[in-house]
Structure formats: structure tokens, C-alpha cells
Design a protein around this ligand. Structure first.
Ligand code: FMN
Length: 179
């Protein structure tokens, strides 16, 4: 069993996948079950996942990605479109925004869910990549994502065929102030 620090250290954005290694549905469900354990605004759990595994649908979904991202996930056996239901998290019962961030809180919660999902993937020996450069309108029509959901990232899941280098990280002193 991996320690928490091993999981954090091993997770990398992987841009080369092994086409010969499929990922079981059970594993994908485990990833999503782990995401569900993330904290969320008033426990609203507005994150949604569209899991694409068939070759035909994967090809169509890849066409909605920025050209470099298409190459990145060309052999990834699983692509997951991540969305959240808008107008709930960050809003009061009367529909008014709770504060200046509005639907920003929905993206916040989805990011938390996705972080849990990515770390569980590492725990299971899987690799992943988050893709932000995609055509949301094309994804909406392909997967029939309802208009009340905001399409955010596409996550590729699979097993690496090439290692990734660890991009340089900032120091604590670069990003934190202590009072
Ligand atoms: C919100 C978000 C969007 C990203 N979009 C892309 C993308 O479109 N294409 C890509 O190759 N990597 C993308 N990445 C991966 C980042 O480049 C990567 O996480 C960063 O360079 C740090 O590397 P590491 O994940 O290996 O630690 C994205 C990551 C995040 C969190």
C-alpha cells in the first residue's frame, strides 16, 4: 500500500499512454467513488462525470481537443469529461449569489473532486492528465451535456508508456505569507 506522500510524489501529468493496457469499469467507478468523498459547498456535490471508453466515442471526443492534446491522449483508454451543475454551489435558496465568486465555487468543488480522483488514480497505479484546452460547445453536443452544467476539464486516464519529468515547483516562501 502506498503512503500519502508516495501518492503525491508519484502523480504526474502523463502525455504518452500504452494502448495495450485497458482500464476496467470497476477502476473508473472506484475513482469516481473517491471523488465523491471530497468536501463540497453545503455538501451539494454538483460535480458530474461523463466517462468515454468506446473507441468510436473516444475518437469523436478527441476531435474536440486542442491539437496537441489530441496527441497527448491518442492512446489513453479512458477520457472523462468533468462538469458541474451551475447556480447551486455559491448561491442562496432565492438564487442570489452568496458572495462575489458565484459559480466560481462550483469550479472550486469540481477541482476538489478531481484532485481526489487524480490521487486515487495514482494510488491504483494509473496515470492521468487534466486537459483544459478543449471545445466545450462541441463536447456539449457530442455527449448531450445539459445546459445547466458547465463543462470544465477533460481527464485522460490510462497507463503510461513514457515517464514525465516533474516540472519545477515554487517554494513555500514564494506562495505563502505567515502572519
Ligand atoms: C486545470 C488544468 C488544465 C490543464 N490543461 C492542460 C492541457 O490542456 N494540456 C496539457 O498538456 N496539460 C494540461 N494540464 C497539466 C499541467 O500542465 C500540469 O499539471 C503541470 O505542468 C504540472 O505538472 P504535473 O501535473 O506533472 O505535476 C492542466 C492542468 C490543470 C490542473
Amino acid at each position: 500500500m502506498k503512503t500519502f506522500d508516495e501518492i503525491i510524489g508519484e502523480r504526474r501529468s502523463v502525455r504518452h499512454y500504452d494502448p495495450a493496457k485497458p482500464v476496467s469499469r470497476e477502476m473508473i467507478e472506484t475513482l469516481i467513488k473517491t471523488a465523491i468523498e471530497a468536501p463540497s459547498w453545503k455538501n451539494k456535490q454538483t460535480s458530474r462525470y461523463y466517462v468515454v471508453t468506446t473507441p468510436e466515442m473516444r475518437e469523436k471526443l478527441k476531435e474536440t481537443l486542442w491539437h496537441q492534446n489530441q496527441l497527448t491522449v491518442k492512446d489513453a483508454p479512458v477520457l472523462i469529461v468533468t462538469t458541474f451543475v451551475k447556480g447551486i454551489v455559491g448561491f442562496e435558496k432565492d438564487g442570489s449569489a452568496s458572495n462575489e465568486l458565484g459559480d466560481g465555487w462550483g469550479i472550486y468543488d469540481l477541482g476538489l473532486h478531481n484532485a481526489f480522483l487524480l490521487l486515487k488514480a495514482t494510488d491504483l497505479g494509473l496515470d492521468s492528465i487534466v486537459l483544459g484546452l478543449r471545445d466545450a460547445d462541441a463536447i456539449r453536443s457530442l455527449l448531450e451535456v445539459p445546459e445547466n452544467e458547465v463543462i470544465v476539464s477533460v481527464i485522460g486516464i490510462g497507463y503510461r508508456s513514457e515517464d514525465s519529468i516533474r516540472p519545477r515547483r515554487k517554494e513555500v516562501s514564494d506562495i505563502a505569507k505567515f502572519f
